[in-house]
Design a protein around this ligand. Structure first.
Ligand SMILES: Cc1cc2nc3c(=O)[nH]c(=O)nc-3n(C[C@H](O)[C@H](O)[C@H](O)COP(=O)(O)O)c2cc1C
Length: 345
């Protein structure tokens, strides 16, 4: 088992990465059903939380069935982070995560997110402020460093552990890489194998198959893996990795019935949490992923994205089920969308 302070996770836990506009409660519900061991909210600005920004407060919504769950915050100011930590405390998640990895200009260039990687002393002060302000275990998610010339994650890990963080997730890219190139796990492995480090180290970046997850587990010795993009439209990635790690066998992909059932659950949860208008609108981006690989599916997809009621959408999904009866859904390799231009973080 893996322990984050007093929180006990199973051996080699699989974490759902925090993803802005993706890791909301409806998406988390289907990832939880399929084996995510620890999940995070989207990142929340400490300043916005303090201003009582409605959208940010809504991101604090967590549900008991999601546990264990962490709330992620970001900010570049000690007082704001401390105050935001106290606000998070009241909502009682299982842990508080600080984002020191966000590479976008509006965050990193204001001295928050990955911007803090340029100033480890500041990073340590910000972390200490959170640790002091909350009774929750504090964890950090970050990158290898600011750029190729300053990959300081080994020092960062030691110093953050010294000020009291209880686990560290490392995305194997620098800030300047954004999402370009391949994630490099070498330094993640080095941090994990540093005898001074005793907190769990979770590796993150480009895991998109059970085979790669097991290979990286064995090669780098990390305590667990955090998965982001591969879970988008494919929450089954968690159970497939678990099955492969435990048995060495590749699990059959989800059946069409399952794909449709999970898509419907995601839709219903979306409506419950966001209300009918936003719930239906924001669900539109997900149909293509859930129905990927079905031949000539475009006609159905085009209809799904213009409908406005739950009943109509569910009825088209039932039509898909009937039309593709007996169709063996192929195992489509998950593509990691290159978010470095489009992606907010
Ligand atoms: C759409 C999107 C939104 C993201 N939002 C966040 C975020 O709010 N907080 C964070 O720490 N990382 C965020 N990330 C980074 C992911 O957590 C993760 O580190 C990154 O996608 C690499 O993992 P992957 O290769 O498994 O996707 C985001 C990534 C994507 C694609």
């Amino acid at each position: 088992m893996v322990k984050i302070d007093n929180l006990v996770l199973p051996d080699f836990p699989l974490l759902l990465a925090p993803m802005e506009d993706v890791s909301d409660p409806p998406f988390r519900a289907v990832c939880k059903d399929n084996g995510a061991d620890l999940m995070y909210t989207e990142f929340i600005s400490s300043e916005a939380l303090i201003r009582d920004a409605i959208k940010s407060r809504k991101k604090l919504d967590i549900f008991d069935y999601e546990r264990p769950i962490g709330i992620q915050i970001f900010g570049g100011d000690e007082d704001s982070l401390a105050m935001a930590s106290r606000i998070v405390d009241v909502t009682n998640p299982d842990l508080l995560d600080i984002n020191f990895g966000c590479p976008v200009k509006k965050v990193a260039c204001k001295g928050a997110g990955a911007g803090v990687l340029k100033d480890i002393d500041l990073m340590v002060r910000l972390t200490a402020a959170c640790v002091k302000a909350t009774k929750l275990p504090v964890t950090v998610k970050t990158r290898l460093g600011w750029d190729d010339a300053t990959k300081n994650i080994e020092e960062v890990a030691e110093r953050l552990q010294d000020v009291g963080i209880k686990a560290l997730s490392i995305h194997g890219r620098t800030r300047c890489q954004m999402y370009k190139g391949e994630a490099d796990w070498t330094l993640i492995g080095k941090v994990k194998n540093n005898p001074r480090i005793h907190i769990p180290i979770f590796g993150n970046g480009d895991i998109e198959s059970p085979q790669k997850a097991l290979e990286y587990k064995n090669r780098y010795g990390v305590d667990g893996i955090m998965i982001g993009r591969a879970a988008i439209g494919y929450p089954w990635i968690f159970r497939e990795i678990k099955h492969y790690v435990q048995t060495g066998e590749v699990m059959a992909p989800p059946t069409l019935e399952e794909r449709v059932a999970v898509c419907k659950k995601h839709l219903r949860k979306s409506l419950e949490w966001k209300g009918p208008k936003v719930g239906i609108f924001e669900m539109r981006r997900h149909y293509a992923n859930y129905l990927k690989g079905l031949p000539n599916i475009k006609e159905y997809r085009n209809r799904l994205v213009i409908l406005n009621t739950l009943e109509e959408i569910e009825s088209v999904l039932d039509e898909v089920l009937a039309a593709y009866q007996g169709f063996e859904a192929p195992h489509i390799p998950i593509e990691l969308i290159n978010y470095h231009e489009k992606c907010p973080v």
